[in-house]
Design a protein around this ligand. Sequence first.
Ligand code: S3P
Length: 414
Amino acid sequence: MTPIRVKSAKNFSGQIDLPLDKSIAQRAFILGLPTNNGLFGEDITSTKKAVSESNSDQAKKDLFLGNSGTGIRLLTGFLSGIGKSFTLSGDKSLNSRPMARIADPLNLMGANISLTNGKAPIEINPARLKDEFSYVMPVASAQLKSSLLLAALNARTKIEILEPTETRNHTELMLLHLEAGLKIEKTDKGNLISLDGAKGYKEKPIFVPGDFSSASFFIALGLLAPDSKLFIPNVGLNSTRIAFLQLLKEMEAQIEIKNKRIKNRELMADLVVQSSKINLKSVPNYLVPNLIDEIPILSVIAAFSDGKLKLEGIGELRVKESNRLEAIQEILSTLGVEYYQENDSLEITGAGKHFTFDGGSFNSFGDHRIAMCAAISAVRSTGEVLIDDIESIVTSFPNFFSNLERLGFKLINL
Ligand code: S3P
């Protein structure tokens, strides 16, 4: 456990340096592609290491994916039909997350995968996948979609996936860039994605932009801090990832998007964020997968805004790095903000643009995004903010605290 005390700076301006996009980098490393240099979170490092170990000649292949759900789910798919044995596992949090969502369809596809009570450790036994497979996604998960696409690619299977609710499309954009046999058709039932694995792919370098989900914490900081201006260069702005940004702009946030450019089919740009008065509104259900990782920090923004934020269909938050639906409620209680949670929905009543709280102790639940939410909320605290454990932040944003320190925040290790 690494506890910390955070004291916010006031009236700051500055530039934020982001780590590389976790989703894009992990996909690039699984496909063995070279990338630009940049700072990586531990999730990327553990996926990169597991990929290189999976290629070694050793007989026993125990692969450790740390905290990375993307790493374990995508790599399980990629390795499931190459006729070899592997065991994939992770840390306590990763080993408690549901894996049947990938193992069941992969087994239907012909793989021979067994789980430990529906979870990791995941055992992959040698198998040959079917020549053709089609699947309708029962849960809106880009990790599930990507696991199946990568399985088909590596085992030369023809696959067709119907995605009723759109999820992030980095795998599809990367495969299109690599000239794999991939097609996407928009139908009235959702996106129909087909891939002919036998067509293979060309190995090309991938430019990985800054991680939008990491940027979201500093977007929040820039909006919530009085008289501030933050410049966040090189942010990945894939359209299936930026509902958080689009919704905030609709809620009157002052965020400028500059210097848009496209690299390997991925949009990126520079952002300028300024203090704003946010007028909350309801989030349509179909956007939830597009902003799933930003819901905790959106909830913190909501606490210090006007109106009501209504979120429905957010049950997936329960099976992230922690039970984030519970964690968000604890944050809101510490902030002293009114909320109502029922089934898979959450309604937050903003305490207003001028609201401050007295400070207090936050439980991070060992979850990087929850710990970062607590640290950002310090900007509206009149007292001290204590966070019980910040160790997990390195999984996605190793330079999170150095960015805060450059803005003048004081961090005291306890
Ligand atoms: C990811 C997809 C999302 C997201 C995760 C990264 C990806 O998970 O929460 O942080 O890289 O595909 P699900 O697909 O399970 O919703």
